[in-house]
Design a protein. Structure first.
Length: 627
């Protein structure tokens, strides 16, 4: 039998396909020797011809394992829709030392929201699929990323798999311009694939600092690394370490985003896209991470539709940045942020705001949220100042339950002081009864934050329903807000919470004070429930002149309604012919006529007084004296 030599164009390496450890040559065959500058220039030109900026085109060329493959990909980009956004991307093999583990990874969403991560969020170049990331110190960035990378290496079970088998599932990548005291560099970042990127760097024996600064495109160190890998990739005489480095050198068929279409900047579109990837399938992210991702998507949608509640003196952009955690240097108090979150993310179910929140979550997860999920999102945003530990779960659950009280849906933040809100709330109480108005809602929402997150947690979720001492938070809030004594107590709780004091129990007939009250008892959860039970069925107990005035108006309105109803009943009486008797017999009583004329004169005088009072109030507001 004659021997037929194998073609030189068809090498037949003897891969060991039965081993759990993949032969490094199977992966290394995708590597190409360092390209000449002319070849790289050709790839950059192809990127520019595809509509990319010089910066993005150069970044892709530096990251490509095979320049010809990159140019083919640039000629036929693909489009993928995620939710309401569309992303244009190309698929090509990327060398892993050109991919940064993302400092704005979804795994850090909870830390970003709470401001504990020590790193900013991504920005973006307007109109481009190019992220920006700016810190004043490269060392601070390295120090912030080090423990997160170390944790991933130590605890991600897939790291060992990548060391033995290489990256088998491609990730999504984006370009990011990193600006520090060392200048600006542009690299790819692990939009989706943080763990895979960290594992490949561990296998290569390189660091975050190496990827960002030491292995610069065209540098001697980067060129030597590629030459060594190409040499080892074609040899079966390699050490285990060399084989591992080859296996970890490539992310095959990486999906690199080069364009996008979205009603928001690329940084926010990317953040929403990553959340979409991870919210739809079951993932082991923390509850706080999941809730923050959903809340941020909802806030974005409310902002883009012009539906965010904007208190006087603020802007929609400012409200958005506070609610999504981007701005932590604002002047709102924590309880005011809580009211803002409750009003934005817990709107009335039949309002456009509720539809916008639902739409954002459906867009993210594919599932319509339940009614109570909106209060969960609001509670999570309100409690971002607390560490994400076991206590947070209890706090969130209690605040969520308290905010299910329908009065708090769509609550508006006026930033009025509690002592100014109280008289307004008392007037609403006597005028509307249990149909609480905006001042009652705002005062109750402010107090609920301190009742849950104060020095002593006074509102706790019951495990046994709303009976006796196990009254649920929303029932306690409702009972406190239905009496003047309860409203004064809520006001005192806000004053104490803002001052860092333990909450003090107000004696009946006393007014709230922004100070320590002599002989006042400190409220406990048990005492708060007792007070709520005592207030059940009570009404106004100590009415001020303003309260009595409001009550008199309420009584007048009720009597007027009765009179109107009685007059209609007169007209309803008909004779045998079916004609109203008042139309055939008529009615004339001078006393009734004179009384009605007198009442009409009273009402006209009251209206004139109200118009004069409104003008005086407007003049004071314009002069600044009202403040």
């Amino acid at each position: 039998m004659s021997h037929v030599p194998a073609s030189a164009d068809e090498p037949q390496p003897s891969f060991n396909i039965d081993s759990e450890v993949v032969d490094h040559r199977r992966i290394g065959e995708r590597l190409r020797p360092p390209a000449s500058q002319a070849v790289i220039d050709k790839s950059v030109a192809a990127g520019i011809a595809a509509g990319l900026s010089q910066e993005l085109a150069e970044t892709l060329a530096a990251a490509a394992a095979d320049q010809q493959q990159l140019r083919r990909a640039l000629r036929s980009p693909k489009v993928q829709r995620f939710g309401s956004e569309e992303f244009e991307y190309i698929e090509f093999d990327v060398v892993t030392w050109r991919v940064l583990p993302s400092p704005d990874n979804i795994r850090f969403e909870d830390e970003h929201a709470r401001g504990t991560i020590g790193m900013p969020r991504f920005g973006a170049v307007e109109g481009e699929a190019l992220l920006t990331f700016e810190m004043d110190s490269a060392d601070k960035l390295i120090d912030a990323m080090a423990p997160r990378i170390a944790d991933m290496v130590a605890n991600n079970p897939h790291v060992g798999s990548i060391l033995d088998r290489g990256i088998e599932t491609p990730g999504w990548l984006s370009a990011v311009r990193v600006i520090t005291d060392l200048g600006a560099v542009t690299r790819l970042e692990s939009t989706d694939g943080f763990g895979r990127t960290v594992a490949s760097h561990d296998g290569l024996g390189i660091t975050f600092k190496d990827v960002a600064w030491n292995l610069r495109p065209g540098s001697r160190r980067a060129t030597n690394l590629l030459r060594d890998l190409v040499e080892w990739a074609g040899s079966d005489m390699v050490t285990d370490e060399q084989a591992r480095k080859v296996r970890c050198s490539i992310m095959p068929n990486a999906r690199v985003i080069i364009g996008f279409s979205a009603p928001r900047g690329f940084d926010r579109a990317r953040r929403r896209f990553v959340a979409h990837l991870h919210m739809a399938p079951p993932m082991n992210f923390s509850t706080a991470t999941t809730l923050n991702a959903k809340a941020n998507a909802a806030v974005d949608n409310l902002y883009e539709r012009g539906l965010l509640p904007v208190p006087s003196g603020m802007t929609p952009e400012g409200v958005r940045d506070i609610l999504d955690g981007s701005d932590r240097e604002h002047d709102l108090r924590p309880d005011e942020v809580a009211v803002l979150a409750c009003g934005a993310l817990n709107p009335h179910p039949n309002k456009r705001q509720a539809r916008a929140v639902n739409e954002a979550i459906v867009d993210l997860t594919g599932a319509k949220p339940k009614l109570e999920e909106r209060t969960q999102l609001a509670a999570e945003v309100a409690l971002r100042g607390f560490p994400a530990d076991r206590r947070l779960t209890a706090l969130r659950s209690s605040l969520d339950r308290a905010w299910r009280w329908t009065v708090l849906r769509g609550v508006e933040l006026t930033r009025s002081s509690p002592l100014d809100l109280l008289p307004e709330a008392l007037r609403e109480l006597v005028q509307a009864g249990e149909a609480a108005g905006p001042a009652i809602a705002e005062l109750a929402a402010l107090a609920s934050y301190h009742l849950v997150g104060g020095r002593t947690q006074l509102l706790t979720r019951s495990e046994f329903g709303g009976r006796g001492s196990n009254t649920e938070p929303q029932q306690i809030m409702r009972q406190l807000a239905k009496t003047d004594v309860g409203l004064r107590q809520l006001c005192q709780i806000v004053l104490d919470g803002r001052a860092g004091r333990d909450p003090q129990e107000l004696a009946k007939g006393t007014m709230p004070q922004d100070t320590r009250i002599a002989d006042a008892n400190i409220l406990t959860p048990e005492r708060l429930r007792e007070l709520a039970d005592l207030f059940e069925g009570e009404g106004i107990t100590h009415a001020s002149p303003e309260d009595r005035f409001a009550m008199a108006l309420k009584e007048f309105q009720a009597r007027l309604d009765d009179l109107h109803h009685a007059a209609q009943q007169v007209g309803d009486v008909t004779g045998q012919d079916g004609v109203a008797l008042v139309d055939t017999v008529g009615y004339d009583n001078p006393t009734v006529r004179d009384t009605l004329v007198e009442i009409t004169d009273f009402v006209s005088e009251w209206r004139g007084a109200r118009r004069r009072a409104d003008r005086m109030r407007a003049d004071l507001d314009e002069s600044g004296d009202a403040r």
